[in-house]
Design a protein around this ligand. Sequence first.
Ligand code: MV4
Length: 489
Amino acid sequence: MKKILVANRGEIALRVMRTARRMGIATVAVYSEADRHAPHVRFADEAVLLGPAPSAQSYLRGEKIIEAAKQLGVDGIHPGYGFLSENAAFARMVGEAGITFIGPKPLSIEVMGSKLAAKEAAKKFNVPMVPGIEEAITDVAMAKEIGRRVGYPILIKASAGGGGKGMRIVEREEDTQEQMERAISEAVSAFGDGSVFIEKYVTGPRHVEVQVMGDTHGNIVYLFERECSIQRRHQKVVEEAPSAILSPEMRRAMGEAAVRAAKSCDYVGAGTVEFLVDSNRNFYFLEMNTRLQVEHPVTEMITGLDLVELQIHVARGEKLPFAQEDLQINGHAIEIRVYAEDPLNNFLPSVGTLERYRIPSGPGIRVDGGFEEGMEVPIYYDPMLAKLVVHGATRSEAIQKLKEAIAAYEVEGVATTLPFGQFVLDHPAFISGDFDTHFVQQYYTSEKLIESQKAGAEVAAMLGLRFHLDNRRKLTVPVVVESKWRERV
Ligand code: MV4
């Protein structure tokens, strides 16, 4: 592989191209009219304009991207995340054009893209499932029977859904019919596919996902887990590795279950198997993401591996350069996503120009971004400015380092979620590790953020005063002449 086209933009395009360059591979960027001067375009050896800003006219134009790749003699296409990364038809077209898709086989993408097909495949490989059913149902009587068997509340999910879309909780048997009808009609209008299935509703679950990596020789390993329970409306906010709640035994059991899930669809490349963990620490398969994920850097930091480099190696048909026994966890990594969104205003996108933009740096600090001072935050794409990732010897060291990095991160011109990240890191539930997917809903309001900022400002003011007084004492010339006045005080 001598030349790679990255079918993406922003931080992930840059991140992929950096590794490619380090491996001596030439890079081709694609871009929209809004991204003419974007860092990923300037970084690449060559760049191709795809079309106007909206994704449908640029980053989602698979045929145009493949055409450009053929013309430039590209031999590999990396899709990044989002856009075309989990589009089986695109992966297939890339292969048919004689170019290597740096990702799994089209069939693996297809199977895991359907929640029902994914569950069916994984169940055959003994991956633990939430009690429920792995088939599409339309019959209310059958739904009630499942509800009675597994116990209420139950959750009706759309097979074609994802990111929380098309889910309905049913608290009591008498609500089943109504909620089922709603779920089906929602699934039809949102996905054009009305297949739904039923699971027992796990209350207060944690979201723990396992990174896997497979080669074309049948080897699949797990690269441990990421704790992603801190989410807001199905958008991850804080991710860490390892999870604070896994014992070595549970880690191995989940890792091995994730490898079986990957084997069930003949997986090659980097993938993520998502699990729900209930309050008794039982874990259940949720779905598999057949791409490199946004939060992959925390895994890289605790394993010392470069996941993009591994993706390229296995895409070239090389064997994984290690076995499961060779892998171990080193320290603790935490990532926060820095969005141009206002946490004090219901996380509304904050558009504008980055009047000032300085990122923190130092040992154990990594910022994966695609923005520079003076740039505008475009309205057409995901408003993530960067991922701020830190590594420490322990979880508490990582938390401390991340707080310092947030304080050193300077952004003016747009509101960001940095103060929200600070709020999470300061929260006793986060510090103790005792939290679940309801964390944000349970603990966060903009009023509390303002309160904690005030408290923080007070502490800062007190520290400042103390520093001033200490210094003044040291710098004051001692009084030598005793004064009568002093004795009277
Ligand atoms: C669940 C669940 C509870 N019980 N399934 C949300 C997104 C979709 N991928 C699956 N999701 C859930 N499935 C059962 N049987 C709770 C969620 C859920 C959730 C899962 C992971 C991370 C955040 C979440 C937030 C709300 C609900």
